[in-house]
Design a protein. Structure first.
Length: 287
């Protein structure tokens, strides 16, 4: 049975392949009579293989004036995100999902080194995201490394979304629907590593078609209303928003835009959308 992978397909995962063999998702964006820019697909994890892509990305940052990522991870943003995951004082996760589901969550949480009392204070969507992510390897995500590389080189840093916009995607869901997503994640937790591995291999190969196909396979087992929400709110609407906010940057040239890998493939993805806007978008080969 496929995991109901609603959110996790945007954040991928792992098996050992030499980092130097990874193609990744790095594209040169050209046209409009301005210097070339770059579009980079990322994974929001600290997998060492993924971090190996910084060897290709760092030289590109040297040649741009602006670095744009989904969300600027400054202290104020992180505090806002953390606060937004908490339930009101008069609510608990145990009461929302029921004793049986909470007991099952406790078992999964223990395997992941997560404390059940802490989870009891979190919104269902926040716990579902925590379960969807691989265990941390102790480093920073690729997105954070790109941000820090831009900061160290004193590049202009731009966030394509705000914390309020990202949080609102989940807070707008009724608690019952959030609970359903969490329960599916709990029931199918054992299958998650393999699915994340499939996505990671596709990412490291730079295979947009395979990423899109795997994503659809992983979340197609959800109830139809959740599939529709995933495709519209988490992918489609955000693609439109990020395209609109990055177009002016691309038209000025010398920008590197880095977004989650699932925002690149398909007719509504950023690669196809930029081509419709008249830009040339071509893969940048390994050095």
């Amino acid at each position: 049975m496929r995991t109901r992978a609603w959110m996790l397909v945007t954040w991928l995962f792992c098996v050992v392949v030499p980092a130097s063999a990874a193609e990744g998702m790095v594209f040169r964006v050209s046209g409009g009579g301005v210097p070339s820019s770059y579009l980079v697909g990322t994974m929001h994890i600290d997998d060492p293989r993924v971090m190996g892509l910084m060897a290709r990305i760092n030289p590109l940052i040297e040649h741009v004036d602006v670095v744009a990522i989904e969300l600027i991870p400054d202290a104020l943003t992180m505090v806002a995100v953390g606060a937004a995951t908490m339930l009101p004082a008069d609510q608990s996760l145990r009461n929302i999902i029921g004793e049986d589901s909470f007991d099952a969550l406790r078992t999964v949480a223990q395997q992941r080194g997560l404390a059940a009392p802490m989870l009891d204070r979190l919104k269902p969507w926040a716990v579902a995201i925590m379960l969807s992510m691989p265990e941390a390897a102790g480093g920073r995500s690729l997105d954070t490394e790109i941000y820090l590389a831009g900061l160290a080189r004193q590049r202009e840093l731009v966030g394509l979304e705000t914390a309020a916009e990202q949080i609102g995607l989940f807070d707008e869901l009724p608690l019952a629907r959030q609970a359903l997503m969490l329960e599916e994640m709990i029931k199918n937790a054992d299958e998650l590593p393999q699915q994340l591995e499939e996505l990671t291999r596709a990412f490291l190969d730079g295979d947009l078609d395979r990423i899109e196909r795997l994503a659809h396979e992983h979340y197609s087992g959800m109830p139809p209303d959740l599939v529709a929400w995933f495709e519209k709110a988490l992918i489609g609407d955000r693609n439109v928003r990020m395209l609109a906010r990055s177009l002016d940057l691309f038209r000025q040239g010398r920008v590197l835009v880095a977004v989650g890998g699932l925002h690149l493939p398909g007719d509504s993805g950023l690669v196809a959308a930029l081509r419709r806007e008249g830009f040339g978008v071509e893969p940048v080969g390994s050095p």
